[in-house]
Design a protein around this ligand. Structure first.
Ligand SMILES: C[S@@+](CC[C@H](N)C(=O)[O-])C[C@H]1O[C@@H](n2cnc3c(N)ncnc32)[C@H](O)[C@@H]1O
Length: 292
């Protein structure tokens, strides 16, 4: 079987399993297996696979056809040109979160040094690493309730030689930071807080695609009955961890913008902006802390 034939067969199998990106996924899986970049795969379409390669490709296709996320099968994803290791212990970073990262970098760069930022619910570490690379002088703290997720985030930081700029802390909410300070002398107030918290209403999780519903960690998805539990926690507690002229940037779900703006206003925050994602949906809330 040639590379061209293998991709065609893979495309049909994945399309039959209901995968919209069947062709691309078949190409990416074969590229991963053969360790060939996309263009090289295309240039070598007429070359034959060995029997062992064909058998391995079948196994990868079977996993993808069972709706395991492509990124879990390859173990990798890309976030703002950072290659990140991902497993089922972390949410696979989404393209819309790249916008959040870019905005956070821009906001942080505008401020006078010394700079510090906190990533609340870091998962794979995507936001924290993007901040550490984008603003190398900043001290970045990343927290997560899942010690398993933090293991992945730490490994990603080490792989990108960013570990010196980052502190990873395990614990729910601010508990992680409260426990770590003062022994580790971390900032007690940050220039910027960034978060992509779990924001899916609990009952909606069952309606999501199998890739998300069955493979992303529940802790990364479940935002409580209306999806807003973590935002309530942040609206009522985050100000005491933010400098008085600091800023908080939050990713949120479809249709949550009005309720979130009300929530933050009621708690004294100023609404700085609501930014859209690439599909034009309101996706990011930027807020200024209450004036004391
Ligand atoms: C939607 S994921 C975002 C992960 C990553 N920041 C990203 O954008 O891909 C939310 C993360 O928050 C963590 N988390 C959920 N509840 C938390 C809590 N109460 N305190 C700290 N982290 C929490 C989850 O473990 C998960 O890693």
């Amino acid at each position: 079987m040639t590379i061209r034939e293998a991709i065609r067969a893979g495309e049909s199998q994945l399309a039959a399993a209901g995968i919209d990106t069947a062709r691309l996924d078949a190409e990416l899986l074969l590229g991963h297996l053969l360790d060939l970049p996309h263009l090289e795969l295309w240039l070598r379409q007429s070359e034959a696979l060995t029997q062992a390669q064909a058998a391995k490709f079948e196994r990868l296709l079977d996993r993808r056809a069972a709706r395991e996320p492509l990124q879990h099968i390859t173990g990798w994803t890309s976030f703002l040109r950072l290659d990140l290791h991902v497993t089922r212990d972390v949410l696979v970073p989404r393209p819309e979160t790249e916008i959040l990262a870019q905005l956070a970098i821009e906001h942080l760069k505008l401020r006078p040094p010394p700079l510090s930022a906190l990533d609340w619910g870091t998962g794979s570490g995507c936001l924290a690493l993007a901040l550490a690379r984008g603003v190398p002088t900043a001290e970045i703290v990343a927290i997560d309730a899942s010690p398993d997720a933090l293991r992945i985030a730490r490994a990603n930081a080490t792989a990108h030689r960013l570990a010196d700029h980052l502190h990873f802390l395990a614990g729910r909410g601010w508990e992680a930071l409260r426990t770590a300070n003062p022994a580790r002398a971390l900032p007690s107030r940050f220039d910027l807080i960034v978060s992509n918290p779990p924001y899916i209403p609990t009952a909606e999780i069952e309606t999501l695609s199998p890739e998300v519903r069955d493979h992303d960690p529940r802790l990364a998805l479940d935002g409580g009955p209306d999806g807003l539990n973590c935002f309530r926690e942040l609206a009522t507690t985050a100000a005491s961890w933010l400098k008085s002229d600091g800023r908080m940037l939050l990713e949120f779900g479809d249709g949550q913008a009005p309720a979130l703006q009300d929530l933050f206003r009621e708690n004294g925050w100023g609404i700085n902006a609501v930014e859209k994602d690439l599909s034009g949906r309101e996706r990011i809330l930027i807020v200024d802390p209450p004036r004391s």
